[in-house]
Design a protein around this ligand. Structure first.
Ligand code: S3P
Length: 438
């Protein structure tokens, strides 16, 4: 019973300034890269969610010294491929595709067999997308038909490859970029647009990287076997967590919200562009640069009337983690919204096209779903007062949080299972919700 969250009250008007927890993509990348640097790196404001804590556990098991005090983390790296570990090592990636896939890239040069396992949701997800390129580099793999558990045995002589990443997956791109650190020579990646945190960190760390930005893809070249020094970092807030509060504010009455110090990397702000196209006003203030990343305060207000959207496919990858919550906005829009070419959404912690549609259907919104698209018949006057139960969704943290925002803005009597799922990415989510309800 404890793990069930019940809600039957809409949110009251609020005016707030919030500081949301650290960015997950950056926290995981910082841990993995710091573990390969020479010397002691420190990060402030690291996200203390299960995905990041599992990353710390993995690098510890690989012989790396880790200290975590409050939200400050220190990692003593022993250089590229400097891991020292026992035979028959098992690494548990938990729920995190980013951890499971990126760490595989770092292990292409490992001496012994290393097994990677994950939870029920991660064990359903595709790993052949990283196994295939990493095999070309020379690593050997055993897997459960391209899924976890996998066993990696590195090669003595990792070879640089030319690789075409055509899914728009930053995890695949970054796995190969991490593997490239171990190879002598030039790795070439032609990558469909996706978040570019790894590229920015490589630039900042002076790892030899050359990037040519083209309209539909980036051409990345990396020179391997170049060691890099320990580095300090202050992790900004995660726009993917902020997204829930942006939409809560938009759909609430007479509310205003400022979110401080958020990472607004252009490859992550698809949600802001989509909401602007729907006529929702969002302001960015105090824009600054930090070690290659862009950071700003985000200001948003309640919006009474907004337009449906035929979402440009060019925004898909920069909003990939936000579609569930964007679908809620489309549910309240004045007309039909369309989202296409989104098969990658079904590769996430749960099949999200299905779950997005299911939540909308439960609140009385008509949808048409295919393998890779969804059409949403918006209704500006939705107001529900029936019982809604959300369960058996593979504990996808973003299904839970989207359901809570729907409950707070559309009414109804909600029972939402597996509230622990928020620990994956945004442990303080419900605490912040409670602070807004007073
Ligand atoms: C992530 C990349 C995205 C995203 C995930 C985090 C990353 O996955 O959905 O939450 O940190 O690289 P894909 O690369 O599979 O699209």
């Amino acid at each position: 019973m404890n793990n069930i969250f019940c809600l039957n009250q809409s949110i009251k008007p609020f005016k707030k300034k919030l500081i949301i927890e650290g960015d997950k993509s950056l926290s995981i990348r910082w841990v993995l890269l710091a573990s390969q640097a020479n010397g002691k790196s420190t990060a402030k404001n690291i996200l203390k969610s299960e995905d990041v804590l599992n990353t710390l556990k993995c690098v510890k098991k690989l012989g790396t010294k880790v200290r975590l005090i409050g939200n400050t983390c220190s990692i003593s790296g022993k250089g590229i491929n400097g891991y020292k570990y026992k035979k028959n090592l098992i690494l548990n990636a938990g729920n995190s595709g980013t951890l499971g896939r990126l760490i595989s890239g770092l292990l292409v040069h490992s001496k012994d067999n290393i097994k990677i396992i994950g939870d029920k949701s991660l064990s359903k997800r595709d790993f052949s997308r990283v196994i295939n390129p990493l095999k070309k580099i020379g690593a050997k793999f055993k897997s459960n038909k391209g899924k976890l558990p996998i066993i990696i045995k590195g090669t003595k002589n990792p070879k640089p490859i030319s690789y075409i990443e055509n899914k728009g997956s930053a995890q695949c791109k970054s796995a190969v970029m991490f593997a490239a650190l171990n190879t002598r020579g030039t790795t070439v990646i032609k990558a469909k647009k996706s978040r570019n945190h790894t590229e920015l960190l490589y630039k900042y760390l002076k790892i030899p990287i050359n990037i040519k930005i083209k309209k539909n893809y980036d051409l990345i070249k990396i020179e391997g076997k170049k060691s890099f020094n320990a580095f300090n970092y202050k992790i900004p807030s995660d726009i993917s967590s902020c997204a829930f509060f942006i939409v809560l504010t938009v759909l609430s009455k007479k509310s205003k919200l400022t979110l401080k110090n958020v990472n607004i990397n252009p490859s992550r702000i698809g949600i802001l562009k989509i909401l602007k196209k729907m006529n929702i006003k969002i302001l960015l203030k105090n824009i600054k640069k930090y070690k290659g990343e862009k950071i700003a305060d985000i200001y948003v207000e309640s919006t009474k009337v907004f337009k449906p959207i035929d979402c440009p496919q060019s925004l898909n990858s920069s909003a990939i983690d936000e579609f569930l919550i964007i679908f809620l906005v489309a549910a309240r829009a004045n007309g039909i919204s369309k989202f296409k070419n989104l098969s990658e959404l079904n590769q996430k912690e749960s099949p999200r096209l299905k779950w997005g549609s299911k939540i909308l259907n439960l609140i009385g919104i008509k949808t048409e779903v295919t393998k890779d698209s969804i059409k949403i018949y918006g209704n500006p006057n939705i107001n529900i007062n029936k019982k809604i139960v959300i369960k058996n969704y593979l504990k996808d943290h973003r299904v839970f949080m989207t359901s809570v925002i729907a409950a707070l803005t559309f009414g109804g009597n909600w029972t939402i299972h597996d509230k622990d799922s928020i620990k994956t990415s945004f442990p303080s989510f419900l605490k912040i919700i409670n602070s807004l309800k007073v």
